[in-house]
Design a protein around this ligand. Structure first.
Ligand code: NAD
Length: 296
């Protein structure tokens, strides 16, 4: 059985790591949060003090961290993953970062004979808990084949989408659309309530009509209608994903009209203190503008 390391045991990482334990992997973890580490040790993992120690104890090291700056420091720092890596080890960065960012790290890993894969995920905390994440992997087929049992312990649909960085690109394209759809749904629902429509009826009809979306199905019943904006998927993270899309558009010389507008909407939500709320809380911008609420 492969020895697996896991760094970044937050909202997503915690249930993903628990699924690795359930699948029987020998797991070593680290995080800046001692509480998170303690919780996994209770569940059967070993604790390491630094990413370097995680690497020393592992054949495969997974990272699930908030952003690239942190991924970079966890990989390249003095007590970072690469400082403890042996030839043949595989790093799987499952954080949402940009392909350009990932490709900066690849030569550093290759120089040490370390395989570096990008494998961002979709499916949220619920998918992480159930082990049903969609995983988009970039990298060489033979390396992915070897670590497939590790990915299968966390995800249901695993796609090899291309070379290193392709997983990140795929994730950005998906989350660009999620951000746009969430903002569009919010605007439309508030208009509906202003026009006198019943929210539950709108949910049912849009759900079986051409305006439907994941934003509607996942975010309207349990979040918007209940007025429960605990993440879920935080506005700050969606904002970050729109920034990755915006940056990728700039890198490729392509205008992203809808994506950049959506990012400004999430920027406004952050400016009003909603950064750590679920993305569905973006509806409050329109609700506050019109003194209307979309609730059951
Ligand atoms: P989170 O903030 O809940 O978890 C991040 C974890 O990383 C925390 O436990 C934190 O303590 C740890 N951490 C931060 N800095 C560290 C460091 N220097 N060394 C070690 N550990 C450190 O975030 P999350 O929601 O779990 O998201 C993680 C990644 O997954 C992000 O890139 C996010 O965009 C992506 N993602 C999130 C979701 C979601 O629904 N939450 C869905 C898909 C993808």
């Amino acid at each position: 059985m492969m020895k697996v390391g896991f760094i970044g045991i937050g909202a997503m990482g915690m249930p993903m790591a628990k699924n690795l334990l359930k699948a029987g992997f020998d797991l070593t973890v680290s995080d800046v949060s001692e509480e998170a580490v303690a919780q996994l040790v209770d569940a059967g993992a070993k604790a390491a003090d630094t990413p370097k120690e995680v690497a020393l104890a592992s054949d495969v090291v997974i990272t699930m961290l908030p952003n690239f700056q942190i991924v970079q420091s966890v990989m390249l720092g003095e007590s970072g993953v690469l400082a403890g890596a042996e030839k043949g080890m595989t790093v799987i960065d499952m954080s949402s970062v940009s392909p350009t960012q990932t490709r900066q790290l690849v030569p550093r890993a290759e120089k040490l004979g370390v395989n570096y894969l990008d494998a961002p995920v979709s499916g949220g905390v619920a998918g992480a808990e159930k082990g049903t994440l969609t995983i988009m992997v970039g990298g060489p087929a033979e390396v992915i084949e070897k670590i497939m049992p590790v990915l299968k312990a966390m995800g249901k649909k695993i796609y090899h989408v291309g070379d290193v960085g392709a997983g990140d690109a795929m994730k950005i394209v998906n989350n660009l659309l999620l951000g746009i759809n969430m903002a569009a749904l919010s605007e439309a629902l508030v208009l509906g309530v202003k026009a006198g429509l019943d929210p539950q009826m709108m949910r049912d009809i849009i759900g079986s009509s051409s305006g439907g979306s994941y934003a509607l199905e996942a975010k309207m019943p349990n979040f918007i209608l209940k007025g429960n904006f605990e993440p879920g998927f935080a506005i700050d993270l969606q904002y970050k994903d729109l920034e990755l899309a915006s940056q990728t558009g700039k890198d490729l010389g392509m205008p992203l009209f809808m994506g950049n507008l959506a990012q400004q909407i999430f920027e406004q939500a952050r400016a009003t203190g909603l950064g750590n709320r679920d993305i569905s809380a973006v509806i409050q911008l329109w609700e506050n503008l019109t003194n209307t609420q979309v609730r059951e």
